[in-house]
Ligand binder design. Structure first.
Ligand code: UD1
Ligand code: UDP
Length: 363
């Protein structure tokens, strides 16, 4: 049996195509939800909308805490679960969250449980990002590493991870967007870009205190005034707490609850541009051909910067407004570096081979 470990909104979104390949191919699996995200609109909304099989989900209800506390509690609970069932042969983790870190660390100490890492090999080379530490530890404790692009494979080889463990599959976010199920529900108006900007902010470097968020909000209001665009801001609950302490023009910047996936994709696709510090939105904006400003000191998604559809804008340099003007003038030659929507199928085939080789009696 394979245990899929997840805990946050993007993991649910990016894993739903993998879960579907497991269901379609009758692979025995269970989903261990750490409970890192527990607010309905960050978790259950996605489980329900993307129809993850509720009967297969075990929620460990770990909740929020400091990085150390949260991760330790997760390791403790995941380890107990993994030790409770001899049929468990592998865990599958996605990306770089504390949930993925805890999953890989717990499994790495248990004999005969293999670790499969999806979205392996991303690097921002910025140790100030908690996720960068997570990525490196997860990759180095994994037995099978599935990379979205050739760049991520190169990073892993440079760190001495053996070639035979690494495969390039594309990113399952393309599968999530292109799936007929998603396409049926997302409402895209003939590629006409509306006169609004989508904003999302949740990264630790932008929410550690209200100063950085205030600088971002001021730049957004400047964009709104000078270009006459409304700013639509689906707001993470922790960002909302800080936003409530800041004065700004609410007729220009509209903070909403976090959106469900199909509503958010519709909003993003029809936007003039997006401003965000998200990882996944860097991929989605590129796939949906929406110019993007990423408010961060570094990114682990260099492909989108190389293509010219994403500009890294550091708040300390007060560049957001100038970078918005710059990207709107660019003649972007769109291509999608994340594959053509068969990453989940490719990953499934590689995982199947891997499990057969390691555990002939798995099936
Ligand atoms: C986490 C991930 C981040 C990912 C993001 C996806 C880590 C280190 N961070 O960040 O990589 O990009 O999820 O959205 O794993 N909170 C709620 N409701 C919830 C969960 C959290 O209100 O359901 C609040 C709490 O105040 C909590 C804070 O948000 O302390 C941070 O939550 P946490 O899960 O630690 O990090 P995220 O910022 O969500
Ligand atoms: N997203 C969503 N509703 C929202 C904001 C984001 O469905 O209100 C989706 C978005 O389409 C993307 C994912 O959430 O697939 C990104 O999650 P987030 O930015 O929280 O995490 P990150 O990708 O930075 O880890």
């Amino acid at each position: 049996m394979i245990i899929i470990i997840l805990g946050t909104r993007p993991e649910i979104i990016k894993l739903f195509p993998i879960v579907n390949t497991f269901i379609n191919n009758k692979i025995p699996f269970k989903i261990l939800h750490t409970g890192q995200h527990y607010t309905f609109k960050l978790s259950n909304t996605f489980i329900d909308q993307l129809r993850l099989p509720a009967k297969k989900i075990i929620n460990l209800k770990v909740g929020s805490g400091t990085h150390g506390n949260q991760t330790a509690l997760m390791i403790n609970k995941i380890e107990k679960y993994l030790n409770s069932n001899k049929k468990i042969k592998a865990v599958l983790v996605y990306g770089d969250t504390n949930s993925a870190l805890a999953g890989s660390l717990a499994a790495s100490k248990i004999q005969n449980i293999k670790i499969i890492h999806l979205e392996a090999g991303l690097r921002s080379f910025d140790k100030d990002m908690p996720e960068e530490v997570n990525r490196r530890i997860i990759d180095h404790s994994s037995d099978l590493l599935l990379c979205p692009t050739k760049i991520s494979k190169k990073y892993l080889l440079n760190e001495g991870i053996p070639n035979k463990k690494i495969f390039v599959t594309g990113n399952t976010i393309v599968d999530a967007i292109k799936s007929p199920f998603t396409q049926k529900f997302i409402n895209v108006k003939n590629n006409s870009h509306g006169d609004y900007v989508v904003l999302t902010i949740h990264r630790e470097e932008n929410t550690r205190n209200k100063n950085n968020l205030k600088k971002i909000i001021n730049e957004m209001i400047k964009i709104s005034k000078n270009k006459n665009y409304k700013i639509i801001f689906p707001t993470h609950p922790k960002t909302k707490k800080l936003l409530n302490k800041i004065k700004y023009d609410k007729s220009r910047l509209i903070s909403t609850e976090p959106m469900d996936y199909f509503s958010f994709l519709t909003l993003l696709k029809n936007a003039k541009l997006a401003v965000s510090d998200s990882g996944g939105i860097q991929e989605e904006a590129c796939i949906l051909k929406v110019p993007l400003i990423t408010i961060r000191n570094s990114t682990e998604r260099p492909e989108t910067i190389h293509m010219g559809c994403n500009i890294l804008s550091k708040i300390r340099d007060k560049m957001i407004y100038k970078d918005v003007l710059k990207i709107l003038k660019r003649n972007i030659k769109w291509k999608n570096p994340y594959g053509n929507g068969n990453a989940s199928q490719k990953s499934y085939k590689i995982i199947k081979q891997f499990i057969k080789k390691n555990e002939p009696k798995f099936y």
